[in-house]
Design a protein around this ligand. Structure first.
Ligand code: CMC
Length: 427
């Protein structure tokens, strides 16, 4: 591989260094492009732009590979638990047993959320979407934890990380409790992190609540599969907001908002709504395939396609198998699972989807598992956010420790040239 790339513009040649990543990903370093040539690149949606160098996650969309810190997603989903993967993503290595115990103990120091946060929740209507409430509450945590984090100070940074992990789970579940009109629960420091999720969500003061280990296992796996995905929309948002040296809670809150959209994390809710609609309209998957192919119809097959995966999404493979196992273990029969499988088959055999390399993504089957676990549809994207939190934190930390410059893209202006001001009576 050549070490430089040559660009010719207006008869002049410019040479740029070429950077090659660990897995032979080739990038032309155009850092000096504008300085030397006066030109910029134009790449809407950043389809060809590397925003940073990162040691966290490797993804090969052509081969369907996903690794966190070098470990295959298949191994992590099978052999690790969510907090172990959280530690791996944020600190770079799999924790020893003692490291993991210490990490969990330290997170527990911060699981109490300021009681005044309840006043903020009370200001929302019950019908508010949980993602909107979660973004607001995450941002509000800044007000209750105003100390700014110095990422250079290891102790400060570690405390901020544990605090974010401890409090985010609690407020995420509060969004559901509020919508149900239930009393808000507290984290139980005698239980594990994922067990706590179930307890915070579903235990009621009126009686005991038993946590099903099948459910905890399934959730552990789902959270791991969502934990990081390199420079996706919400993660890039977290890095971008953090690049102005805004705090961790503020950056994460922006990530929650970015994740909410139906083209990103919001797709898991949209998939379930789509499957439900197909079911209610008689189960005719072909009709929906035709709609998805019709360029005059804005409908897209939700849970299909991916910016980076052009082969298959390795997470979707694991989730499909898990959906089968979880439904069997819980004895749930869901007609939406049959519809999802029919829809997948119909799309995979259709020329339109084949030609565009559109395969099921992580969101296609996850909603079916969430539904079997009793999680309401509008909480699905919150589930994604809980899973993605370690990735956001790891990427924020990396960006700050690498002293990355403030994110500030350029543009090509296409508006009107200079015009004379027109007085009000002449317009
Ligand atoms: N249904 C129908 N057609 C599709 C779909 C779909 N789900 N996805 C892409 N296409 C078509 C699109 O119309 C375009 O066709 P043409 O070349 O004829 O104009 C072509 O495939 C390429 O699509 P694109 O929009 O240029 O691709 P992109 O990389 O910009 O978008 C995507 C990726 C994920 C936004 C898109 O595939 C999509 O909207 N999928 C449905 C939403 C979804 O499931 N999102 C979750 C993504 S995975 C989890 C996450 O990131 O949070």
């Amino acid at each position: 591989m050549s070490k430089t790339a040559i660009l010719e513009l207006d008869g002049k040649k410019y040479e740029f260094p070429v950077f090659v990543g660990t897995e032979n990903e080739v990038a032309i370093d155009i850092n000096k492009l504008r300085d030397v040539s006066g030109a910029i690149t134009l790449d809407p949606g950043y389809k060809n732009s590397g925003a940073c160098k990162s040691e966290i996650t490797f993804l090969d969309g052509e081969e369907g590979i996903l690794r966190y810190r070098g470990y295959a997603i298949e191994d992590l989903a099978e052999k690790a638990n969510f907090l172990e993967v959280t530690y791996l993503l944020i600190f770079g290595e799999l924790p020893k047993k003692s490291d993991l115990e210490r990490f969990e103990t330290d997170i527990r120091k911060y699981t109490l959320v300021n009681e005044e946060m309840k006043n903020i929740i009370d200001g929302f209507p019950k019908t508010a979407h949980p993602m909107g409430v979660l973004a607001a509450l995450t941002s509000a945590l800044t007000a209750f934890n105003p100390k700014s984090v110095n990422p250079e100070n290891e102790k400060d940074l570690y405390e901020a990380i544990c605090k974010t992990i401890g409090k985010f789970l609690v407020i995420a579940t509060w969004t559901y409790r509020k919508s149900m009109g239930y009393p808000l629960n507290y984290y139980d420091n005698t239980k594990g992190y994922v067990d706590n999720f179930m307890n915070l969500m579903f235990s009621l003061p009126t009686g005991p609540y038993k946590i099903d280990p099948v459910v905890v296992n399934a959730l552990d796996k789902l959270f791991i599969l969502h934990a990081d995905h390199e420079q996706n929309c919400s993660t890039s948002t977290v890095r971008m907001v953090g690049s102005s040296h805004a705090g961790l809670f503020a950056s994460i809150s922006a990530g929650v908002s970015a994740l909410w959209g139906p083209l990103h994390g919001g797709a898991n809710q949209a998939v379930l709504e789509m499957l439900d609609e197909i079911n209610k309209s008689g189960g005719d998957v072909e009709k929906f395939i035709l709609k998805a192919k019709d360029k005059n119809d804005p409908f897209r097959l939700m849970g299909f396609g991916h910016r980076v995966y052009k082969n298959f999404d390795p997470r979707a493979k694991i989730i499909k198998k898990a959906a089968d196992e979880v439904l069997t273990a819980l004895g749930v029969e869901d007609p939406l699972l049959d519809i999802a499988m029919k829809l997948e088959q119909a799309a995979l055999n259709d020329e339109y989807f084949k030609a565009r390399s559109l395969y099921p993504n992580v969101d296609f089957y996850s909603g079916i598992i969430y539904r079997a676990l009793g999680i309401p549809t509008d909480m699905f994207t919150v589930m994604f956010a809980i899973g993605r939190l370690p990735g956001w934190i790891a990427q924020w930390k990396e960006m700050r420790l690498n002293k990355e410059p403030i994110g500030r893209p350029r543009q090509v202006y296409t508006g009107s040239p200079l015009r004379d001001f027109v007085d009000m009576d002449k317009r």
